[in-house]
Write a protein that binds this ligand. Structure first.
Ligand SMILES: [Zn+2]
Length: 186
């Protein structure tokens, strides 16, 4: 899932927790400007937003920027707690950005709520998945960095008496046996 945030009308800001002097949409804004304007401050569930990796910033019905969320920040404002996205705008060449910038708002539910969520096919390769070592943490690839080595070492320890040589000898012999039996069969 990705987060979709709709920019409101352009307005100047006198006090802003993110240090901005304006927010909202204006014509021909850059993607960086759309991201800075759209990344906060929102009255939204930080728990749900924190599970998203990408945010589409929409202005006047079109996607104006795509940002990658690294974390969230929470700010006290005169009207209560507000959430901002921390991260960066995606540059040209990123598949999620290239697929969506300039395209119509994918959250077309008729709601006036500026905060929405949607599935993006392009984000699938980038989403977190459970680390294959079984540690219970999430990984951007099959394993968290270093956990592939840890998973192999655990098997060497448990099945080969902690001897990498025994493990490698066993692999070589097993594969050689396999190819010998395949040759015999053919
Ligand atoms: Zn792991």
């Amino acid at each position: 899932m990705a987060l979709r945030l709709k920019l409101g009308n352009y307005e100047t800001q006198y006090v802003d927790a993110l240090g901005r002097t304006w927010v909202g949409y204006f014509p021909r804004m850059t993607e960086q400007e759309a991201w800075e304007s759209g990344r906060g401050l929102w009255k939204m569930s930080s728990e749900r937003a924190a599970r998203q990796r990408f945010a589409l910033i929409v202005g006047e019905g079109l996607v104006r920027a795509v940002g990658e969320i690294t974390t969230l920040s929470v700010h006290s404002t005169p009207t209560g707690q507000r959430v901002a996205l921390e991260g960066h705008v995606l540059l040209e060449g990123h598949p999620v950005r290239d697929a969506w910038v300039g395209k119509p708002d994918p959250v077309d539910n008729g709601s006036q709520n500026p905060i929405g969520y949607c599935e993006l096919p392009e984000e699938q390769p980038f989403l977190l998945r459970p680390c294959a070592c079984g540690c219970g943490e999430d990984a951007e690839r099959d394993f968290k960095p270093g956990h592939d080595i840890r998973a192999i070492q655990a098997r060497v320890r448990d099945h080969f008496g902690s001897s990498p040589l025994t493990f490698i000898t066993w692999i070589d012999a097993t594969l050689a046996n396999d190819s010998t039996s395949r040759q015999r069969a053919s």
